[in-house]
Design a protein around this ligand. Structure first.
Ligand SMILES: Nc1ncnc2c1ncn2[C@@H]1O[C@H](COP(=O)(O)OP(=O)(O)OP(=O)(O)O)[C@@H](O)[C@H]1O
Ligand SMILES: [Mg+2]
Length: 325
């Protein structure tokens, strides 16, 4: 649980929660809202059941006798809440509307947000409609460009050398890699790649640190772009789950979904249209550094899963390709 605190399910009958729901609907959907009932609905996927809830609220308003709306209640960390509010205030279209309970010293804060349904972006090995990929590139370019070199991001953690060391050596790559290397089955299938992966892992912290030092590329970054955090509603695309946001190099958000340089070109062009032109060759080199890091950052789940499911090969191959690109 973020901020190291257990969250308790919100009491849907309590006046504070009812007020939060009323205020949210009032602000974003209708005026003169009076709630008649609140029902909890299931949330699909692997949402942590102790932090994220879906409710269906029945209400009347000035405009209509009876309406219903689905909303999400999530206990958000201070970072996630601050990012949502910042992007919302800037008129950013690619995040859900959100309203917090009044902040007390107890973190995390209960936040009521737009229910974006259950359609996630396809993963990188599945087919994706070109328009959807472009839309994602545009969304990232919008958010990155709006916050480029912003002087008031001081409250966000920075993707420092220590951050890269931690994600690679402690949190994600190294523990899973160590376990994989102890598995003879893994070695006989992937052993020929081991030295090159080690080589990439030994360089990635330095290289990402260098990338992060370029002021022109520093912005608000998400750092965990993955299908569960990119939701699709009709023609619109939303990025959720901002709890791991940082100040960092824009490249860090690209390779997991825009997983070839060709796909990332949509993003480079979108950024150029907004006013930041990065020379194609310069972009290619920086993208490659970020792709290696991203392969190392995400390969852990395939290593863990492959142990029980050899059809995960193609996922390991995918991340290896990024690491060794
Ligand atoms: N606004 C929303 N609309 C619709 N579904 C949502 C919304 N927010 C969260 N969810 C669902 O809950 C899942 C987890 O939410 P989120 O990514 O914000 O939390 P998390 O911190 O990653 O938690 P977890 O550890 O469960 O992934 C999402 O992948 C999505 O399926
Ligand atoms: Mg998530």
């Amino acid at each position: 649980v973020q901020n190291g605190r257990e969250a308790r399910p919100p009491d849907l009958a309590s006046p504070v929660v009812r007020q939060l729901l009323t205020d949210t609907i009032d602000r974003f959907a209708a005026r003169g809202v009076v709630i008649s009932s609140v029902e909890q609905l299931p949330i699909e996927g692997g949402a942590s059941s102790d932090r994220i809830f879906r409710v269906e609220v029945s209400y009347t308003s000035f405009q209509s006798e009876r309406s219903r709306i689905r909303l999400i209640l999530k206990y958000c960390s201070d970072t996630e809440l601050a990012v949502l509010q910042r992007l919302q205030q800037a008129g950013q279209r690619h995040v859900p509307f959100a309203l917090p309970l009044e902040k007390n010293e107890k973190a995390p804060t209960l936040v009521c947000m737009q229910d974006l349904g259950a359609d996630h972006r396809p993963d990188s090995l599945s087919e994706i409609p070109p328009q959807l990929q472009e839309r994602e590139a545009e969304a990232l370019a919008d958010i990155h460009f709006d916050n480029l070199q912003s002087p008031d991001l001081g409250w966000l953690p920075v993707t420092s050398r220590a951050y890269y060391t931690w994600t690679i050596e402690e949190q994600f790559f190294r523990p899973a890699w160590r376990t994989a290397l102890a598995d003879p089955k893994f070695l006989s299938r992937f052993g020929s790649w081991v030295d090159r992966v080690e080589d990439a892992a030994s360089r990635t912290v330095d290289e990402m640190t260098t990338l992060s030092a370029v002021p022109q590329w520093r912005t608000l970054v998400h750092t965990d772009i993955n299908p569960s955090n990119v939701l699709i509603v009709g023609d619109l695309l939303y990025i959720i789950d901002w709890g791991t946001a940082h100040q960092g190099p824009l490249f860090i958000d690209l390779p997991h979904h825009l997983s070839t340089r060709e796909q990332a070109e949509d993003y480079r062009l979108a950024l150029g249209r907004r006013g930041l032109t990065i020379d194609a060759d310069v972009f290619t080199s920086a993208y490659k550094v970020a792709a290696q890091y991203t392969g190392l950052r995400y390969i852990w789940w395939t290593l863990d899963a492959w142990h029980d499911d050899p059809t995960m090969d193609r996922w390991i191959d995918h991340y290896l390709q990024m690491i060794l690109s």
